[in-house]
Write a protein that binds this ligand. Structure first.
Ligand code: ADP
Length: 254
């Protein structure tokens, strides 16, 4: 015996709504797919250069390395430093991929966390980072390792792009904590201030290759801050310096 399958009739309005939702979903998927594609293409492009350099030095080694010691040393040195660069790139790409998925959050005292990072620079890198801290305890929900990475990148940049004083300021406002990393260095041209948070963007490409920059540090930092419901911004004046500002929601403060 046939059982009647009830057919649900949709009104024109409902059909229109469904079509609209469907189109929005497709647009969303397409945008994500385009972004993914762009990412893979950017990453491949960044890896191509060091691979080409390694290859040409290997050929040089083969042709001249045996009879000319200076060629041997130069080539081996270059291959090693390009391999380091590729290693850093791959590590950072993995970090970027992980920043969006890894979300083991605990209560973290942001003040201690920042002071730990500052201590690394003051100790190992022999810089003297100044601090200006409102109180001893400001607790946020966070993945501590990831947040450390954020402040590590910001302070590292401040040191890399200025020779003078770097200051870390921590204050609170309206249920948020505000961490500023300020340097008195070269600054960033206004037209490029938004782009520096893009993957692989470097203001001075040639010089940054020398100091080992990959153009990924700020993209990773921004992704991590956003996963923590926060914001990362910059204010900067050319030849005067830059201040990077992280704003995060506070759980409690003492
Ligand atoms: P990189 O590995 O090149 O430092 P980042 O993503 O950390 O990559 O930074 C992107 C670019 O932003 C840098 O190449 C540099 O041009 C600029 N930048 C970042 N921080 C600073 C700073 N404190 N002062 C001046 N320029 C900066």
């Amino acid at each position: 015996e046939w059982r009647k399958i009830p057919v649900r009739h949709h009104s024109k309005d409902e059909l229109y709504q469904m079509e609209k939702t469907f189109n929005e979903m497709i647009d969303h998927l397409r945008t994500n797919f385009d972004k993914q594609e762009q990412f893979v293409s950017d990453a491949s492009h960044e890896l191509k250069t060091p691979i080409a350099i390694v290859k040409s030095y290997a050929q040089l080694l083969e042709r001249r390395g045996l009879e000319r010691p200076e060629v041997f040393h130069e080539s081996v040195g270059a291959i090693e430093s390009e391999a380091d660069r590729m290693q850093k790139l791959v590590e950072q790409l993995l970090l970027l991929a992980k920043s969006k998925s890894d979300s083991t959050l605990t209560d973290v005292n942001l003040v201690d966390l920042c002071l730990d990072v500052v201590a690394v620079f003051n100790g190992a890198y022999d810089r003297s980072i100044k601090t200006n801290i409102e109180r001893d305890t400001i607790v946020v929900r966070a993945n501590a390792e990831q947040l450390k990475q954020v402040f590590y990148s910001l302070i590292d940049n401040a040191c890399k792009y200025s020779d003078d004083e770097v200051t870390v300021t921590i204050s609170t406002d309206n249920g948020n904590v505000i961490v500023g990393v300020q340097d008195c260095g070269q600054g960033i041209p206004e037209a490029e201030q938004a782009a520096i948070f893009d993957r692989f963007y470097r203001v001075d490409k040639a010089r940054n290759r020398e100091n080992g920059g990959t153009g990924l540090g700020l993209a990773i930092a921004k992704a991590i801050v956003e996963v923590h419901q926060g914001k990362l911004t910059v204010s900067s004046q050319l030849n005067k310096g830059s201040t990077f500002i992280v704003v995060l929601p506070v759980v409690r403060r003492n």
